[in-house]
Design a protein around this ligand. Structure first.
Ligand code: G6P
Length: 460
């Protein structure tokens, strides 16, 4: 397929997954807010998505999927180890999340990171029409903007970082800090989840890459680069509608009945990642039980954790720690037929997740650091009756817009436990007031606004 495209999305992963059905290979759209926001834009603009299909080995050629095109990028087993598990997820991921785990700086991973970024840039260059718009996503691909600009100076290039951009003194640890900054400065617009991210980047670009000026207009190599906040969001209406369906309402009722109608339900929904603070909320709950501030008569905790990056040792350690804590707490406090914590280590279908949100009285979102955190936004979107309390870490991008949650410092176990306790006892009027404001904040800026605003800034 040699068609050229007016709009090119470049991301580590493709928006489709390959399924094997009755001996036949099929591609299916992956669930998720980013995909649902970008696909309609791609479809309306003769677009193409460049990314990795999730399997190692040859990637196959480009193909059409509905009204847009897919351009797969291949990764070998060795490249997956060094580029994805290594540099992306053992160097950049912990470094960008406040170094809550030690970032590993291995020179043998840097070469593959550069090489794979070049591969993505070449793939994008080969499918972009003259003067096309290219939107590059996330920490895996920070060198792509500059590489692509060298190959195709005619393009408008945007970059959006979904994770936090760290403070100067942390980023400065990175042996390849200048190269990464130069890579990002190849874009016309560099988007972050928060103003803090944009200002960290601006300070670093001036210090290490000789950029000049302010975030709105950074002068770099004779061009102007704009660094700004574009907080990502969710498809609010989709979650709201889903929450109102008879199936979701019935499932939520069934969950309430199964868990105990008189017990309040505390919920955690995360990828099993050490940045999410799953362990701290388990400890806080354990302390509440041990002090007798709450009892199994009053409440029950449901934690779902989607398996993630399981070949990385820090993720395996977290898995063991969470399983140990759940076992310890249930061992100590559960009765026959009534546990303290239900722990589901798997991916749940969207309907089941929505039913859990609808059933939950208290939602715990306690990351040590998070670019945005869409679970917080999904929870409030499903609370159509304006009940429920959100406990939210101050260190999430979401906290900037969601000041009506109970904001908490997740490093302070006493603060987490007293927030849980306060949430469980919150008067109905206060709960309603907070939830109304939270819902209106998220409704007022959904993922479609986010996509439109970024592309408008890029094409301005
Ligand atoms: C974060 C990143 C995404 C990533 C997702 C899942 O949200 O910002 O880029 O796709 O985690 O992680 P995975 O490593 O499975 O792609």
């Amino acid at each position: 397929m040699s068609t050229k495209h007016e709009l090119v999305i470049v991301a580590n992963r493709l928006p489709v997954r390959r399924l094997q059905r009755q001996g036949r290979r099929e591609w299916k759209l992956s669930p998720g807010g980013l995909v649902s926001a970008l696909v309609p834009i791609l479809e309306g603009r003769n677009g193409v998505w460049v990314g990795w299909g999730g399997h190692t080995g040859p990637a196959g050629s480009s193909f059409r999927f509905g009204d847009f095109a897919i351009q797969p990028v291949p990764l070998s087993k060795r490249e997956l180890e060094s580029f994805y598990y290594g540099f992306s997820n053992r160097t950049l991921w912990p470094l960008y999340h406040d170094a809550v785990r030690w970032p590993e700086y291995h020179r043998v991973w840097w070469g593959p990171y550069k090489e794979i970024n070049r591969r993505y840039a070449e793939a994008a260059a080969s499918v972009a029409a003259e003067n096309a718009v290219v939107w590059v996503h996330d920490y895996h691909l920070q060198l792509v903007p500059q590489l692509l600009r060298r190959m195709r100076p005619d393009l408008r290039i945007g970059f959006f970082l979904h994770v936090p951009f760290p403070p100067q003194e942390l980023f400065a640890q990175l042996p390849w800090r200048r190269e990464i900054l130069q890579g990002l400065l190849g874009a016309d617009v560099v988007g972050f989840q928060t103003k803090t991210g944009a200002s960290n980047f601006t300070g670093l670009a001036k210090r290490y890459a000789r950029a000049k000026g302010s975030p709105n207009a950074l002068a770099y190599q004779g061009r102007t680069v704009r660094a700004a906040a574009f907080p990502v969001s969710i498809d609010f209406e989709k979650f709201e509608k889903l929450a109102r369906t008879a199936t979701v309402q019935a499932d939520a009722e069934r969950f309430r009945y199964q868990l105990g109608v008189r017990r309040k339900i505390i919920l955690g929904v995360d990828r099993l990642d050490y940045t999410k603070g799953i362990d701290i909320r388990l400890r806080a709950f354990q302390e509440l039980l041990s002090r007798g501030d709450v009892s199994l008569e009053d409440c029950v905790f449901v934690q779902t954790a989607v398996p993630s990056r399981e070949r990385v040792v820090t993720y395996l350690d977290l898995k063991k720690r969470v399983e140990m804590l759940v076992g310890q707490i249930n061992g100590e406090y559960a009765d026959v037929g009534r546990v303290a914590i239900h722990y589901l280590h798997r991916n749940l279908p969207m309907e089941e997740l929505a039913a859990l949100y609808v059933a939950a009285d208290v939602m715990l979102v306690t990351p040590f650091r998070d670019g945005m955190n869409l679970v917080a936004k999904e929870y409030v979107a499903t609370r159509v009756d304006e009940t429920g309390t959100l406990v939210l870490s101050e260190f999430t991008g979401a906290a900037v817009e969601m000041g009506n949650a109970l904001l908490v410092n997740p490093h302070d176990v006493d603060a987490v436990s007293s927030s849980i306790s306060r949430a469980l006892r919150m008067p109905r009027a206060e709960m309603g007031r907070r939830m109304r404001r939270l819902r209106s904040a998220v409704r007022g800026h959904d993922v479609f606004d986010w996509g439109r605003e970024f592309l408008e800034a890029l094409e301005a």
